[in-house]
Design a protein around this ligand. Structure first.
Ligand code: ADE
Length: 252
């Protein structure tokens, strides 16, 4: 997969040299380009923002540097013959976007080319999104219902979630299967040696060697945990009848 990022803080993405994603870059599974938006400014101060039309607080990112930076990356790739289903996806992290989920991460992990545009300040001039939407696939994606100072942290999170789903990035693919959100449930609790620590014992069933019992216990734990922590994720057929109409309990 090819990933391009446009940002005014390119150093922010130096951490993508580390760990599994760093290895994936070294082995060529992920090809990364980080581009400084200021390299596409032509005024003396390399300004990327200006005051908003209509007034109001804060600054808005100017369309011209964004257009120049994105054209340089997308080049001949946009417009495409079938822009709705083909070519790179341009992703703008934004609290006003679609909620990023594991399902979206999986869907995006199948793409050939992702281009992330990290906005700052009060956002990017709307015409940038409008312009590229008319030429290809553009998505506004939100990490959650809170406001970050810019898109960089959101893009890091998305790249990590997407990158680890690319075949070969995570050494043991089995470890991707039994994770939170993969089957719509939160994951079960895990334990390792020693079997007793500060008076707390590992659940007996995990020491039993009975794989059927272990698997049943883990599934029950997933259901119990999801019901307790994220009842919104529970499908009605997994809820015990007595709990079906209860308000969410917030025990630990
Ligand atoms: N930029 C600022 N806040 C954001 C959020 N919650 N998600 C994605 N991008 C953002």
């Amino acid at each position: 997969m090819r990933i391009d990022i446009v940002t005014i803080f390119p150093e922010f993405f130096d951490v993508l040299n580390l760990s599994l994603l760093g290895k994936a870059r070294q082995s060529g599974l992920i090809e990364l380009g980080v581009h400084n938006l200021r390299d596409h400014t032509y005024d003396r101060h390399h300004s990327v923002d200006d005051t908003p039309y209509g007034g109001g607080a804060g600054m808005v990112m100017k369309a011209e540097p964004w257009g120049a930076a994105l054209d340089a990356i997308l080049g001949a790739e946009i417009p495409r013959v079938d822009a709705a289903t083909d070519g790179p996806i341009l992703i703008f992290p934004s609290p006003a976007g679609d909620q990023f989920t594991q399902a979206m991460a999986r869907e995006l992990s199948l793409e050939q080319h992702l281009v992330f545009g990290c906005g700052r300040y009060e956002g990017i001039d709307q015409r940038v999104v409008d312009h590229y939407e008319a030429r290809g696939r553009v998505r506004l994606v939100s990490l959650g219902d809170y406001v970050l100072n810019g898109g960089e942290v959101a893009v890091m999170a998305m790249i990590e979630a997407i990158g680890r789903l690319i075949p070969g990035v995570v050494g043991n693919p089995d470890s991707l299967v039994e994770e939170s959100h993969e089957d719509g449930l939160l994951e079960y609790p895990s334990y390792t040696k020693p079997s007793s620590w500060r008076g707390l014992d590992v659940p007996q069933v995990l020491l039993s060697g009975n794989h059927g019992a272990i698997s049943t216990w883990r599934h029950q734990q997933q259901i119990e945990r999801t019901e307790r922590v994220r009842p919104d994720l529970m499908s009605p057929d997994l809820l015990p009848p007595a709990n079906a109409k209860q308000s969410p309990s917030r025990r630990r």
